[in-house]
Design a protein around this ligand. Structure first.
Ligand code: KIV
Length: 271
């Protein structure tokens, strides 16, 4: 029996209902108007304006350098493209770790200036006061546990997290704490699938995985990776649906050749 139900607009409540009836949630990152328009037309449930924009849009090595102003700029272009998808925006590094008032102010800027639908932040128990304070303003919050790229200098590597019992127990507890605080969903990044399954079964809110196996409530990928725009990143969990790097390069090489050979523009392509 199909669990799919047509909806005009995805909300946090719709995601909750999807978990309840077993319909998997689809989520992709988006950072600009044109891509977001295509993804929304393709009926992606959630668009994440991820701080991975720091890597794939700005060329930084980590997610740490991107600023709140830059995130707001990406988010407002995505929002202008969207009719159906729920748009969640990452609070960037340095915009919420100081204290819960700073976190609330940053979340308010994202909601007010970009007109986003929700925010996401990384961490468990250590950010719970901020999660609660943001929620007091009526702003929905998505959690993010497991491999949290803003902590890369603490972890030292992008390896799978929570393989050891102690870290796995903390992660499960963090998920319960975030649910209790009122998060509407939680991303689990790069952890063993058995642990992700246990978390998804232990909380009522949707669990969205990236490198967390199939027994969760939805999947998220970085769009530049799944479209093959970025060829430098090939983790085991990534499925590439296109090879856009090669396709675009081929098209541009052809254009260069056509311009040089006077093939472009032709008689028909001029006034
Ligand atoms: O910034 C991002 O792209 C993310 C996803 C990996 C979940 O947080």
């Amino acid at each position: 029996m199909s669990t799919y139900k047509e909806v005009k607009k995805v909300t946090t409540h719709v995601l909750q209902e999807m978990k309840q009836r077993g319909e998997k949630i689809s989520m992709l990152t988006a950072y600009d108007y044109s891509m977001a328009k295509i993804f929304d037309a393709a009926k992606i449930d959630v668009l994440l304006v991820g701080d991975s924009a720091s890597n794939v849009m700005h060329g930084h090595e980590t997610t740490l350098p991107i600023t709140l102003d830059e995130m707001i700029s990406h988010a407002s272009s995505v929002i202008r493209a969207v009719n159906r998808s729920l748009v969640v925006v990452d609070l960037p590094f340095g915009s919420y770790q100081g204290n819960s008032k700073e976190a609330l102010n940053s979340a308010i800027r994202i909601m007010k200036e970009a007109e986003a639908h929700a925010v996401k932040l990384e961490g468990g128990e250590e950010v719970v006061e901020s999660v609660k304070r943001i929620l007091t303003a009526g702003i929905p919050v998505m959690g993010h546990l497991g491999l949290t790229p803003q902590s890369i200098y603490k972890f030292g590597t992008y390896e799978v997290r929570a393989r050891e019992q102690e870290e796995a127990a903390k992660l499960l507890n963090d998920a319960l704490v975030l649910e209790e605080a009122g998060c509407f969903a939680i991303v689990l990044e790069k952890i063993p699938s058995a642990l992700a399954k246990q978390v998804a079964q232990s909380v009522k809110v949707p669990i969205i995985g990236i490198g967390a196996g199939q027994d969760v409530d939805g999947q998220v990928l970085v769009s530049h990776d799944m479209l093959g725009i970025n060829k430098d990143f090939s983790p085991k969990f990534l499925r590439r649906y296109l090879n856009l790097y090669d396709e675009i390069k081929k098209a541009v090489e052809q254009y260069v050749a056509d311009v040089k050979s006077l093939d472009f523009p032709s008689e028909k392509e001029q006034y």
